[in-house]
Design a protein around this ligand. Sequence first.
Ligand SMILES: [Zn+2]
Length: 52
Amino acid sequence: MSEKYEILACMEHVDRAIDDYVNCMEAAPQLNKANKEEKCAYCQKTAEYLIK
Ligand SMILES: [Zn+2]
């Protein structure tokens, strides 16, 4: 069973998002540019990246 795990992150929190992804999924994440106006999962800034 593959669970979907996606994190939106701003420039400042992208490293933390990658760490969280690796801890949760035990796999290397894909780093994508966030294309919508969405908030970072760790602060109130606009997300720059979508980690999945
Ligand atoms: Zn942030």
